[in-house]
Design a protein around this ligand. Structure first.
Ligand code: IMP
Ligand code: MG
Length: 356
């Protein structure tokens, strides 16, 4: 450590404390089954904290816990394992919906006492909800996200620390992570996905927050603490919103049916399409993915059709094995994919094929 005027070995000799952060992000348009991956990692990873770092009630994480289905919007998956579960300052939160979600979990017997909110997280007000409710242009989830982030950046928003009803939940993320006597091991849980990122997505058909791994760092997570970055995708693609996305072919209706591609938050039909391998590679590179999970292989298996886009051409494969071999081959080629260590092809909830 080359700090001028300091003794060799570092400027201070305090107790070395460990901080490790793993990050989970979506690689497509959200709904890649990130909830399944975070839930699995929570059960294995010995995390001390799970941190939601972007988005708000627009997210819908479907989680199967002890054979029961839960859909959470705000509360991180750590809550199912008694891990401190934090809504970070990168998020926006509607307190009424937050309390409803707590009540739902509590009545299902889940311990909700470890749920916390970063004091500088922004509040979604009833005015934000009403305004977003009138959106026709983007096809938002109408949860007030865009207006809440606008007021945050306009410096006219309300922070969670100033919302009376939230006082029992408020924490300071810096205190929590850095003035903690113990080592901290944080799982950072992203919402939405790369193609909905406000800068990297197809603007204006995007959400109002950053959905890449970089976004996690803004929640008191120093870059040097990051260990694994999990990227979650599907072997086909889906999108919800006003723009035209699904080609006119019956096969995509079939994918929607078999894959149960209906919005977890709004119940809307998700438009379906083949996966674009070039977009996926871009997303892997920009996020710095170390572990890739491609979900829902069982859906294409059931339908018996395997295809993807590469350089704007549709490639058809004889079977799933062929398609997976092709994907793996493409992931090996570009020299930017230096960091990618593991690739998992994963099926439904009974066939996770996840690392243990
Ligand atoms: P907003 O985030 O509600 O403002 O919606 C902006 C766009 O992102 C719309 O196309 C939404 O359908 C989409 N979107 C937002 N959250 C999710 C999500 O969790 N899954 C899928 N699409 C989402
Ligand atoms: Mg979702």
């Amino acid at each position: 450590m080359g700090v001028p005027g300091s003794s060799p070995g570092g400027p201070t000799k305090q107790k070395e404390k460990n901080m490790i952060a793993d990050i989970v992000v979506g690689l497509q348009h959200g709904d890649e089954a990130k909830g399944k991956v975070t839930h699995h990692l929570c059960s294995e990873g010995n995390y001390t904290h799970v941190l939601r770092f972007n988005g708000g009630g627009n997210a819908g994480h479907t989680i199967y816990h002890n054979g029961r289905k839960f859909v959470t919007h705000y509360i991180p998956a750590g809550v199912f394992y008694g891990i401190k579960s934090i809504i970070g300052n990168g998020c926006v939160l509607n307190s009424q919906h937050f309390f409803e979600e707590i009540e739902e979990l509590r009545s299902a017997g889940i311990d909700t006492s470890l749920i916390k909110i970063a004091k500088n997280c922004h509040i979604i007000t009833s005015d934000h909800l009403a305004e977003d409710g009138r959106d026709k242009k983007i096809g938002t989830t109408k949860r007030g996200n865009g207006p809440a982030y606008r007021n945050k950046y306009n410096r006219t928003g309300l922070q969670a620390k100033d919302a009376l009803e939230l006082q029992p939940f408020i924490i300071d993320l810096y205190e929590e992570f850095f003035n903690n006597e113990n080592d901290v091991k944080i799982l950072c849980e992203g919402a939405q996905g790369f193609e909905l990122d406000i800068d990297w997505g197809d603007y204006p058909y995007v959400t109002s927050s950053h959905c890449t791994s970089a976004s996690a760092l803004l929640n008191s997570i120093p870059a040097s603490s990051v260990r694994n970055i999990w990227g979650v995708g599907k072997v086909y693609d889906t999108y919800v919103g006003t723009k035209h996305f699904e080609p006119d072919d019956h096969i995509f209706k079939k994918i929607r049916e078999v894959g149960e591609e209906y919005g977890a938050t709004t119940g809307r039909n998700r438009q379906c399409n083949w996966m674009d391998i070039n977009r996926l590679i871009k997303s892997i590179n920009i996020n710095g993915i170390t572990h890739l999970v491609l979900n829902k292989v069982d859906v294409l298996e059931k339908i018996g059709v395997h295809a993807l886009y590469d350089e704007e051409k549709t490639l058809n494969f004889d079977d799933g094995e062929d398609m997976r071999a092709y994907i793996l081959g493409r992931l090996e080629q570009p020299n930017l994919l230096r960091e990618l260590q593991e690739v998992y092809f994963s099926g439904n909830k009974n066939n996770l094929n996840m690392p243990s």
